[in-house]
Structure formats: structure tokens, C-alpha cells
Design a protein around this ligand. Structure first.
Ligand SMILES: *Cc1c(COP(=O)(O)O)cnc(C)c1O
Length: 416
């Protein structure tokens, strides 16, 4: 079981929405900080552990600054994400640059920042050498293909466009060494939103064994092994969060058994988690505008899939609560929908909820990662803003809602 909390009550929301009308995202600084401390404590069994937060999950520099204060780095995969990391004061090897189909310009920007460049393909060794030039530290992304099972969101590794094959990665490290690279990292990212402890332990085992093969075949001694992201969160109340202590105990056991005897006992472990760092501590707060009774019962919100796309894109479950009606019995069955002219603009389908009336606040949980970030402007929809509940209890706006002027900003209207 996971508990679905929301830090504000109905009266707080009434007050808040006078200043910041719904819909908006709300993030809880204190909860994010406490969560990071738990993760860092669990991983402290490894030498020089580093978590590079996946910027794409919550690309707001106010949040990134909080994460930096807690000791996290950033995982970036585009030029703009590099700028966001820089804005938050995250620099140098605190940044992991994991891109694919990467333009030369982005490699150049990453190299200029001193970021760790993580190559997605064998051919990029030469590409990087000829463009930005090879830095002293290079990481390579491994795709195990048929050697590893996938999961629902990211698909099978065999069908995934990312990374080097096993043979390529061995040859790749040998080639990098020949070309004068002196420091090396290994990376993979094989799952998304995966809650199985076994799955993540298997990923660790796979990389640790590969590290041993790499040193045996090429003499390359890795400096770090990056386990990637992909740790899930319990979106459904019946699901259980991954136990960080158990994960780290299991990984440490594999580390001691596989890496230590191969003289790799100083390899540091890195991760690039996004979802489990901020996901449960962000909410999309909307208001019910309409009720509609046709073949089904509908609750129409002032938010739409332009604000939160996961339910439409993946059929993802996001828990919904109604402030002031937390303990009311779930007597109704609703489709909770947004206003897009797309019938998959539904935050919940046939969901049991208490009776909702226009004007009720509707809180959509676990939206703190891959939420606002995936928003879009289809149908002329303007994305909502973001608020931060500070550790001292105050609430500040960290991104305003979009306006029509933002939507039109890229049009060259002089030529109309
Ligand atoms: C998306 C992504 C992550 C973060 O994934 P989460 O599921 O949010 O933890 C990390 N690394 C890479 C390369 C990614 O593409």
C-alpha cells in the first residue's frame, strides 16, 4: 500500500486559487528534500555515489537548484537541458549528457561545460572526435538486446534505438583507449517505471559483469557504472514503493561478489533517476467546471491532457482526490476529462470517486515527474503554471501559466 497525500486542505486551496487560479502544478520542497536524503543514505554504501537527476522529468531551475543543494547532479539530453542545469548552478562532471542522434553543436556545448559525455553509438566515437573532440572522460551506453527483458513503457531492449551492442561496447572502449581517452564510464537505461526489485538487481548484475569483461578484454578500468533511471513509483494506492535499502543491499552484495575480486572495488555507482525523486511530490490541481450525464457520467476539468499527457499517452493511472471529500465514500463512477477535442483527453476512465460538483477542487497525484514537462499546445491549449510549497510553508510561483502571447511568440507576424 502507498498513501496518497496532498499537503494542502480545501480552505488553503480556496485562498491560494484567489492568487493563482487553477489549474496549476504544486511541488512540495520539504518532501522532495527528505526523499533525496533517504535515497542518498541508502546508496552511501558505494564509493562516490552520484545521482544525476533526469532533467526531462521536471525541467524547472527552481527545483534543480533544490536538488543541487541536496547534492544531486543533472542528466541532460539536449542543449536546452544543459542550459537549465547551468542555470541551477550544476556544472562540470555533475552533468551527465546522455543524448541520442546528437547534433555536433550539442556535443560541443556539453564538452564546453565539462559534462560527462555518454555516447549512444559506436559511430559517435569518431563523430565526437571530429566535432567537439574527445574529452579525457567518456561514457558509453549499453543496450543488452535479447540478453535483457524490457518493460511496458520503454519496450524490449532489442527493439530500442539506444546504445551499443555488447560486441560494440567492448570494441568501443578499446578504440577510445587507443585514441587517448583515459577515463571511462559505463551506462545503461533499460526500463521505465519499473517497481520490481529483482529487475533492478539484474540490471546491476548485468553491468557489473560487463565491467569485468571490459577490463579483461581491453584493460579499460571503469571509473563509474551508471545504472540509469527507470525506478518506478506506486501510482496506484495498492502498489508498494521500491525499497531503497533493499535495492542497495542487493546491489552491494553483487558489487562485492563481482567487481571487488576483479580489482574494480573503487568503481563508483551512478544513477539518473527522475521519476522516483520528484514524482510523488508534485500534484496537478484542477477544478471541476462541469458535470455531464450522457451514456457515462463525466467530470470536466479546467486542466487538460495538454497539462498532463501520461494518462492519454500510456493509459497511465493517476490517483485522484477531492479536497474536502477525502473521507467521503466513492459512490460515483466518472470519466474525469479535459477540454481537448480528443476523446483520449481523460485523466481517469470509469473511476470510483465521491460525488463531485462544479467548483470542487480535483487533485491529480504523482504528477511531479514527466507531468508539466510533457505538456503541449495542441488545440491552442495553454499550459498551466507551477507553484512551489517552500520548506517554510510559504508558496511561490516558479513558472507562470502560458498566455496567448506566448503561443504567438514564434510567429513572424510582420510578414502576415
Ligand atoms: C528518461 C530517462 C531517465 C529518467 O527516467 P525516470 O524513469 O524518470 O527515472 C534517465 N536516463 C535516461 C537516459 C532517460 O532517457
Amino acid at each position: 500500500m502507498s498513501v496518497k497525500n496532498f499537503p494542502l486542505g480545501k480552505n488553503d486551496l480556496e485562498e491560494l486559487s484567489k492568487k493563482f487560479p487553477t489549474p496549476f502544478y504544486l511541488y512540495d520542497e520539504n518532501a522532495i528534500r527528505q526523499n533525496i536524503r533517504r535515497i542518498l543514505k541508502a546508496f552511501s554504501v558505494f564509493p562516490a555515489y552520484k545521482e544525476h537527476f533526469a532533467v526531462k522529468a521536471l525541467p524547472n531551475p527552481f527545483i534543480l537548484k533544490i536538488l543541487k543543494e541536496e547534492g544531486l547532479g543533472a542528466d541532460c539530453s539536449s542543449y536546452t537541458e544543459l542550459l537549465l542545469a547551468e542555470m541551477a548552478g550544476i556544472t562540470g562532471e555533475e552533468i551527465m549528457f546522455t543524448a541520442n542522434e546528437t547534433p555536433a553543436k550539442e556535443y560541443e556545448a556539453a564538452k564546453k561545460l565539462g559534462a560527462i559525455i555518454n555516447l549512444d553509438d559506436f559511430s559517435h566515437i569518431e563523430f565526437l572526435e571530429k566535432t567537439a573532440g574527445l574529452p579525457e572522460l567518456v561514457s558509453c551506453r549499453y543496450n543488452p538486446g535479447p540478453l535483457k527483458e524490457g518493460n511496458a513503457i520503454i519496450g524490449k531492449p532489442e527493439e530500442a534505438k539506444y546504445g551499443f551492442t555488447r560486441e560494440q561496447i567492448i570494441n568501443g572502449f578499446a578504440l577510445l583507449k587507443k585514441k587517448g581517452v583515459t577515463r571511462f564510464g559505463l551506462h545503461t537505461m533499460v526500463a521505465s517505471n519499473e517497481l520490481s526489485l529483482e529487475y533492478h538487481l539484474e540490471t546491476g548484475r548485468m553491468l557489473f559483469e560487463l565491467a569485468v569483461e571490459i577490463i579483461k578484454k581491453t584493460g579499460v578500468k571503469l571509473e563509474f557504472i551508471n545504472l540509469g533511471g527507470g525506478v518506478g513509483i506506486p501510482y496506484k494506492p495498492a502498489e508498494e514503493a521500491l525499497d531503497w535499502e533493499a535495492l542497495c543491499a542487493g546491489l552491494k552484495n553483487l558489487y562485492d561478489k563481482i567487481l571487488v575480486p576483479a580489482d574494480l572495488g573503487s568503481v563508483s555507482v551512478h544513477t539518473e533517476y527522475g521519476r522516483p525523486v520528484t514524482g510523488p511530490y508534485g500534484w496537478l490541481v484542477a477544478k471541476a467546471l462541469h458535470t455531464k450525464s450522457i451514456y457515462r457520467e463525466y467530470i470536466g476539468l479546467d486542466a487538460s491532457m495538454a497539462d498532463l499527457m501520461r494518462p492519454a499517452l500510456y493509459g497511465a493511472y493517476h490517483h485522484i482526490t477531492v479536497p474536502g471529500k477525502e473521507t467521503a465514500p466513492a459512490t460515483e463512477t466518472y470519466d474525469v476529462v479535459g477540454s481537448l477535442c480528443e476523446n483520449n483527453d481523460k485523466f481517469a476512465v470509469q473511476r470510483k470517486l465521491p460525488k463531485i460538483v462544479p467548483g470542487d477542487f480535483v487533485v491529480i497525484h504523482d504528477a511531479g515527474a514527466h507531468g508539466r514537462a510533457m505538456g503541449f499546445n495542441y488545440n491552442g491549449k495553454l499550459r498551466c503554471g507551477e507553484l512551489l510549497l517552500r520548506a517554510d510553508g510559504s508558496i511561490i510561483q516558479i513558472r507562470r501559466a502560458e498566455t496567448p502571447e506566448d503561443y504567438f511568440a514564434t510567429l513572424d507576424l510582420e510578414d502576415l
